[in-house]
Design a binder for this molecule. Structure first.
Ligand code: B12
Ligand code: SF4
Length: 485
């Protein structure tokens, strides 16, 4: 009988997986609750979710005597009624508490658990009490070793990737463990890993290293061709900066052009100054890109080591990319160390001037394991327990986890709320949808979704402030919210 292995992906508390108030929706007026439920349902029905590529990669590893199933808990509760010989859970830092609760329950039922993913790589010690087995690091190679040991009945308690995997070795990704119909698309491709930059709020260079490692262009072209036969929908290149290695990207996307795909991905704004590559992107079917603008304040860019592009070049770059028919999702962070109460007006002007299609206005999230987390901890500015990485969680601008440097907390929340109200409203959503250079319906949808999400953000931030005032002890805020959430 085959060993049954489940690979689990968890939903986040709020955000892309469905907006919800982290204070409990019971506190919201009835019609707002109804509206929230309807929007969440709509997101599920429009199959907005994309599958977890990490788990697709692991489930593509074939070992005789093992059958793997991806359990995506965004769609269903964990199937406790089936027989499992091993359950692997992918753990992200903001979801660690949820992952540990599931792991504890599985182990109570005598089902062995392996924990892997970014959080395990960063904080193995805090994961150990919740797992039979830890998989530390990129698991492309060690997963096979682990499954062979499972079959042999000799599972170890820890598997660690000694070196970063050589991505130039062929490792075709299979979709056989996915329920394709659930997703917005199943065409996820990662061309390489690693990031040469040093933004202090980011984990990627800690997890995947600074050196860029690529898959072979020929393997990628073959994978895209095969994926396209299986699923005609849009492709998502999940690389953090798809234009980081210009010659590589130019060769790849030139060779993808004849396949006639449509795709979206993530890039740096420097693409606006890479005309050949920009042309290759547009010709190969690029519809939209997410660009990390982060800040237009030079002092903030410097304070957070966002040095790969300069503020004065941002607007021109954005215009150049949009002129090539590519819509842009521009991600900002308000509340960085060089920001002041004048920053929101500057962000607003910038969005108007560049006609950015989908602005994302985020609050800084000091992810444990990042340089900014260490610094804010030293400066006593964190509003959650820094010794418990599992007390950190992801939301969509709904909770302050730190004190901004130059702006008192209540003023910051008032100004952030005012900014999101001005950026996200129905008239702006319609205008941006009509104005977008590509995929207009998706731009409209995102803007409408964000209008809803940021109204929850305003509601929740206000409640957090009230709670902190009532508690009289700011540093407890996050903990008491967590208890209720
Ligand atoms: C694409 C992407 C998304 C997409 C798609 C998510 C999806 N459905 O997969 C979208 C935009 C929806 C998204 C959303 C979010 N994301 Co995201 N995302 C990424 C990105 C850019 C690529 C992910 C990916 O496919 N990587 C490729 C695979 C191969 O790598 P991997 O997942 O790490 O898996 C490898 C190992 O970690 C390990 N592994 C992973 N899981 C498991 C499980 C087991 C059992 C084992 C043995 C091994 C193992 O083996 C894999 C192969 O080597 C990463 C950055 C990055 N470079 O990875 C961020 C990243 C994963 N995201 C992150 C975050 C914070 C989020 C959000 C919380 C953002 C938000 N505020 O809403 C949400 C969470 C949604 C959710 N439920 O997970 C963080 C997580 C940080 C952390 N320390 O945990 C990352 C690392 C980015 C960052 N800058 O720090 N994301
Ligand atoms: S934010 Fe983007 S550019 Fe900066 S280090 Fe992370 S992955 Fe690299």
């Amino acid at each position: 009988m085959n060993r049954q292995v489940a690979l689990v992906f968890l939903p986040s508390d709020s955000g892309v997986d469905g907006a919800r108030s982290i204070y409990g929706e019971g506190k919201l007026p009835g019609p707002v609750r109804w509206f929230n439920d309807t929007v969440r349902d709509l997101i599920r029905k429009t199959q907005f979710a994309i599958p977890p590529l990490g788990l697709m990669i692991l489930s593509s590893v074939e070992v005789a005597g093992v059958e793997q199933t991806i359990c995506d808990l965004r769609f269903e509760p964990f199937p406790f009624d089936r027989r499992w010989d091993l359950v692997g859970i992918s753990v992200q830092t903001g979801l660690a508490a949820r992952a540990f609760a599931l792991a504890d329950e599985l182990r109570r039922r005598k089902i062995p658990v392996v924990l892997g993913g970014p959080h395990v790589t960063l904080f193995p010690d805090s994961c150990r009490p919740h797992a039979d087995v830890l998989a530390i690091g990129e698991a492309d190679d060690l997963w096979k070793e682990l499954l062979l040991d499972l079959v042999a009945g000799s599972l170890r308690t820890e598997y660690r990737a000694g070196t970063l995997p050589d991505l130039s070795l062929p490792r075709p990704v299979s979709k056989r463990s996915l329920e394709a119909g659930r997703y917005f698309t199943t065409n996820l491709v990662q061309t390489g890993r690693g990031c040469p930059y040093h933004c202090d709020f980011c984990n990627v260079h800690v997890l995947n290293g600074h050196a860029l490692r690529h898959r072979r262009v020929a393997d990628l072209v073959e994978e895209v061709r095969r994926f396209r036969e299986e699923d005609r929908r849009i492709f998502f290149f999940v690389d953090d900066s798809i234009n980081a290695d210009q010659p590589f990207a130019l060769e790849l996307f030139t060779r993808l052009e004849p396949l006639g795909i449509r795709w979206f991905g993530q890039a740096t704004t420097a693409l606006g100054q890479q005309p050949k590559l920009l042309d290759a992107f547009a010709r190969s079917g690029c519809q939209a890109l997410l660009v990390g603008i982060e800040s237009i304040e030079p002092a903030s860019r410097k304070a957070h080591r966002k040095t790969q592009s300069r503020s004065e070049e941002l607007a021109g770059n954005i215009r150049a990319i949009r002129q090539n028919g590519i819509s842009l999702y521009g991600s900002f962070i308000y509340g960085l160390d060089g920001d002041t109460l004048a920053t929101p007006a500057a962000i607003l002007d910038f969005i108007r001037e560049t006609r950015l299609d989908v602005p994302g206005i985020n609050i800084l999230r000091p992810n444990p394991g990042t340089k900014v987390f260490d610094r804010l901890r030293e400066e006593g500015r964190l509003l959650f327990d820094p010794d418990d990485p599992a007390s950190f969680r992801y939301t969509f601008g709904q909770e302050m986890l730190y004190r901004p440097k130059n702006i008192p907390l209540d003023d910051f929340i008032a100004s952030y709320s005012d900014l999101t109200r001005k950026v996200f409203n129905i008239p702006n959503a319609i205008r941006r949808g009509l104005d977008a250079p590509g995929i207009k319906p998706a731009v409209l949808f995102f803007n409408l979704f964000y209008s809803h999400l940021y109204s929850l953000s305003r509601h929740d931030l206000q409640r957090q402030l009230e709670r902190m005032d009532a508690d009289g002890e700011a540093s407890c805020a996050s903990k008491s919210i967590l208890r209720e959430g």
